[in-house]
Design a protein around this ligand. Structure first.
Ligand SMILES: [Zn+2]
Length: 56
């Protein structure tokens, strides 16, 4: 129990450093995009700030 400062994989990105883009379909977007689907691009994880781990 001496190592309290272990780095652990970020729970948000699972250590991937980025959040994979996701595509969602919603009626709200019907007409705004071709098929009512909106995709977000990969983005740097805001939780670990792209490090892939969190201090804990
Ligand atoms: Zn992360």
């Amino acid at each position: 129990m001496a190592d309290e400062k272990k780095k652990s994989a970020c729970p948000t990105c699972m250590g991937n450093k980025v959040i994979a883009g996701v595509c969602e379909t919603s009626g709200e977007w019907q007409g705004k995009t071709e098929d009512g689907q909106v995709c977000t691009p990969d983005q740097k994880c805001p939780t670990c700030k792209g490090k892939g781990y969190v201090e804990g």
